[in-house]
Design a protein around this ligand. Structure first.
Ligand SMILES: N[C@@H](CCC(=O)N[C@@H](CS)C(=O)NCC(=O)O)C(=O)O
Length: 223
């Protein structure tokens, strides 16, 4: 099976779930990182420059033996299944993981309007309001899920694509890349912090960060 995972050259959670799951599972894949210009061209034509089809003209996109597949959820589940980070037979655990991936989408969607906003002052007001209200509230709902027992992972005591999604989502929200969001957004949430650190201390994740993230990436110590 020849697998290509197509996204921009950034460690955004939508692509990183698949990339890291495949890396953890020692699955051979081509980590295709397109330029913004090529992405914009593909939005017009529905194809990359080499002719690879991009369904729905959005990314990430997975290509398996020449067949293109779109949508973060489906891509993440496929990569998780072949890597051992998503259950193939346990439908309940699968659904418990799915709800986390969809929550990562809900949280990302909240940021959408402010990402498009051109007026800096308006953007600042929007982001500060989110950080006081809806954003932190949704993050607190993830924390609520973890409050029963001292869990190391979201589902069934083992790392899954749900943990990868939330690690990278929190990493994005607190990286300073999104102006006006505080870097201590998860400070009030000890269980989420534990999951975050468990992912970031996973030996294969450390390898992946060292191989693909900017050299100045700061490993978190958010205790
Ligand atoms: N529903 C899609 C959304 C993906 C998405 O919004 N991707 C952005 C880049 S991060 C994109 O391709 N935007 C262009 C567009 O939506 O036309 C998914 O879950 O993967």
């Amino acid at each position: 099976m020849k697998i290509k995972l197509i996204y921009l050259n950034i460690p955004f959670w939508r692509a990183e779930i698949g990339r890291i799951a495949l890396y953890i599972g020692n699955i051979d894949f081509e980590d295709v990182r397109i330029s913004r210009d090529e992405f914009l061209r593909s939005r017009k034509t529905g194809e990359l420059d080499d002719g690879t089809v991009i369904p729905f003209r959005q990314i990430p996109c997975l290509n398996i033996d020449g067949k293109s597949i779109n949508q973060t959820g489906g891509i993440s589940r496929f990569c998780g299944k072949i890597s051992g980070l998503y259950p193939i037979e346990n439908a309940v655990d699968a659904a418990l993981i799915d709800q986390i991936i969809d929550m990562a989408t809900d949280i990302t969607v909240l940021l959408g309007p402010s990402l498009k906003e051109k007026n800096e002052e308006t953007k600042k007001i929007m982001r500060e309001k989110l950080a006081r209200g809806a954003l932190v509230r949704k993050i607190s709902y993830l924390e609520e899920l973890l409050e029963e027992g001292k869990r190391d992972w979201f589902v069934n005591q083992k790392i899954s694509i749900a943990d990868l999604a939330i690690w990278r989502l929190i990493g994005w929200l607190t990286s300073g890349m999104i102006d006006y969001l505080p870097s201590d957004l998860v400070a009030p949430f000890p269980n989420l912090k534990r999951i975050f650190l468990n992912v970031e201390r996973h030996p294969k994740v450390i390898e992946w960060i060292k191989m693909t993230y900017p050299e100045d990436y700061i490993f978190s110590d958010i205790d």
